[in-house]
Design a protein around this ligand. Structure first.
Ligand code: NDP
Length: 275
């Protein structure tokens, strides 16, 4: 496992388990427990995934030392719209059964709230109950408003990113401010036939790796953090097994060429949440 150092000095495993759409409690619990047994130490949840309690129980019962785990959760839009940030954070902690999270993210940019929500995130950071705070789905213009505050810089921006949406300009912008990128739906949510792309399959054949592993490795070699979701142990193991090969410069370029700025999720500016 590789680690990234965030802009406040804390370390995060470069690959984590996403747990979106793991609502069935029993299945989610078993999947998360299995993933931890396989070696996952970074879990990405959110209030809106409705599984914080399950994540909390799975990590408690895993027997793995809390300090070895990196747990992220996120502040939901309605709590931003209703100025309920502090209570929402405490509720997430309570559901997770934790004294602190490693990373707390603003889930989506909410119009007219980019600055006010960030002040609330700073307050949370100052309590020490979130070891780092960041944002998700922020475009350059949203981030610029936060950066203009000349205060705490988000540690992370978690965005949709895969070979069909390589996000080069936003990655470059974030890198300039030492904001780490986390890629959500890194496998394109297994949609749009990304994993059937012949160029990915061909690259994988050279290393005895699957297209999914090639895509995850491409993220790692770009210096990104990546959080693939799988409920199945065989795929969880496959997704974790990406630290023993190195794509060539040509391989990386070929994958870069697949970009077509195509999203599987909503565009952040088109997410119609009220302000
Ligand atoms: P992913 O790109 O991680 O794809 C998940 C899908 O791919 C599932 O259907 C899974 O099926 C399948 N899959 C997983 N591994 C493999 C593999 N090796 N080969 C073939 N298929 C595979 O999409 P997600 O949308 O789940 O994104 C990952 C995480 O990102 C989420 O779980 C969440 O934590 C985060 N996220 C954050 C968002 C945000 O707004 N901040 C938005 C969306 C996601 P199966 O489970 O059956 O294996």
């Amino acid at each position: 496992m590789d680690f990234r150092k965030l802009n406040n000095g804390i370390e995060i495993p470069a690959l984590g388990l996403g747990v979106f759409r793991m609502e069935n409690e029993k299945e989610a619990y078993n999947s998360i427990r299995k993933a931890i047994d396989l070696g996952y130490r970074h879990i990405d949840t959110a209030m809106i995934y409705e599984n914080e309690e399950t994540v909390g129980r799975a990590i408690r019962e895993s027997g793995v030392d809390r300090k070895e785990l990196f747990i992220t959760t996120k502040l939901w839009n309605e709590d931003i719209a209703n100025n309920n940030e502090q209570k929402a954070f405490e509720t997430s902690l309570r559901k997770l059964g934790l004294d602190y999270v490693d990373l707390y993210l603003v889930h989506w940019p909410i119009k007219n709230k980019y600055v006010s929500v960030w002040s609330e995130m700073e307050k949370i950071y100052q309590t020490g109950k979130a070891r780092a705070v960041g944002v998700s789905n922020y475009q350059e213009n949203h981030l610029q408003e936060v950066i203009n505050l000349k205060s705490l810089v988000p540690a992370v921006n978690q965005i949709e990113l895969h070979p069909y949406l390589s996000q080069e300009p936003l990655v470059e912008f974030c890198t300039q401010y030492n904001i780490h990128i986390e890629s959500w739906s890194p496998l394109c949510a297994n949609k749009n036939n990304l994993l059937q792309e012949q160029s990915l399959i061909k690259i994988g054949e050279k290393f005895m790796k699957t297209a999914a592993q090639v895509v995850l490795r491409w993220n790692i070699q770009r210096g990104l953090i990546v959080i693939p979701k799988s409920s199945h142990p065989t795929r969880q193991a496959e997704n974790l097994d990406v630290f023993d090969f190195e794509l060539t410069v040509e391989d990386m370029q070929k994958i870069d060429l697949l970009n077509k700025d195509m999203r599987v999720g909503p565009h952040p500016d088109e997410v119609g949440f009220s302000s």
